[in-house]
Design a binder for this molecule. Structure first.
Ligand code: NAP
Length: 281
């Protein structure tokens, strides 16, 4: 089975659209802070804003030059934190090198942190406290698995990658003691030994490393589920971290790139924005 992330995300967006159209008073609003002219960042923000518009979420644009100071950026965040009409604040990463990203992320009001990167929200996730926000890509992956009818309970999930935005929060989500989680999780990284062997023991293998077609068929158990988070453009063509053509025949289910995890990330951002709106009312 090829898991159609585009279709699942569309279903979620239709439900959000319906829920938002029945709201009374102001509309939910997400603020997007874009620093500089990094083409992929511009494209990501454009796509997120388009999806916001489609479901009825207002977006607020803060576009700052590449040379903006950390102080000025912090001021912008402070204004958005205080703005009653703003439910979500998203700072598009990466930021220019002279700005400390962690300091910026920590300045966002955790109650408006719809990307789920604030230490308060990361900490809550680790503690199994669901009152914060889960970061979009990991949360999107867990919803994708649920919607595809794949129960992770008791399964060996192997994640390649331990980044703060994908690997770590995904491991924390999947190992939670609750419905839709309860997996046995192994996280691999660049210092891991026996990587291939460990991957081969996975019931569910999640590649989130940013290395084109890294996962080969020899690394995958017959009948495993493979989730490809990677977004790479080695020769201008979009490819994931999995050698899809050769791996797919071995899998019981696999996500394609594009059309797998990517659309779920945006759908989860929209869901988090509505959640913030509902909590703040
Ligand atoms: P990242 O911050 O660069 O982290 C990559 C992780 O993979 C690191 O933990 C690294 O290990 C590990 N890794 C790299 N090469 C490895 C190797 N050969 N063997 C074992 N581990 C290896 O990347 P990221 O931000 O997590 O993103 C990962 C990929 O997902 C990228 O392609 C990115 O574009 C994509 N992504 C997609 C979405 C989406 O919505 N679809 C969202 C976010 C990211 P070390 O920690 O030891 O360096």
């Amino acid at each position: 089975m090829i898991i159609n992330g585009t279709h699942i995300a569309q279903e979620i967006e239709q439900n959000l659209k319906k829920a938002i159209s029945s709201l009374h008073g102001r509309s939910p609003c997400c603020a997007f802070i874009l620093v500089g002219n990094h083409p992929p960042s511009i494209a990501y923000v454009r796509m997120k804003k388009k999806k916001c518009q489609e479901v009825g979420i207002l977006s607020k644009d803060i576009e700052l030059s590449e040379t903006v100071s950390e102080q000025e950026l912090l001021k912008e965040i402070e204004v958005l934190n205080e703005d009653e009409a703003v439910d979500g604040i998203l700072v598009q990463l990466p930021l220019p090198l002279h700005i400390r990203s962690q300091k910026i992320l920590e300045a966002i009001d955790p109650n408006k942190d719809v990307d789920g990167f604030h230490p308060m929200n990361m900490g809550k996730l680790l503690l199994g406290d669901n009152s914060g926000f889960f970061s979009c890509t990991p949360y999107g992956i867990t919803i994708l698995l649920q919607r595809a009818g794949i129960d992770v309970k008791g399964k060996h999930v192997v994640i390649i990658g331990r980044s703060n935005i994908v690997g770590k929060p995904l491991a924390a989500l999947l190992m939670q003691k609750r419905e839709g989680s309860n997996a046995s999780v192994t996280v691999l990284h660049s210092a891991s030994e026996n990587l291939e062997e460990i991957c081969k023991s996975a019931d569910i293998l999640i590649a989130a490393m940013g290395s084109p077609k890294f996962v080969k068929k020899e690394m995958v158990k017959e009948g495993a589920v493979v989730i490809d988070v990677g977004i790479n453009k080695p020769e201008g063509k979009l490819v994931g971290d999995v050698d899809f053509e050769n791996v797919a025949p071995k899998c019981s289910a696999i996500t394609p790139v594009p059309g797998g995890v990517g659309p779920m990330t945006i759908a989860t951002l929209l869901s988090n924005t509505l959640l913030s709106y509902q909590r703040r009312k």
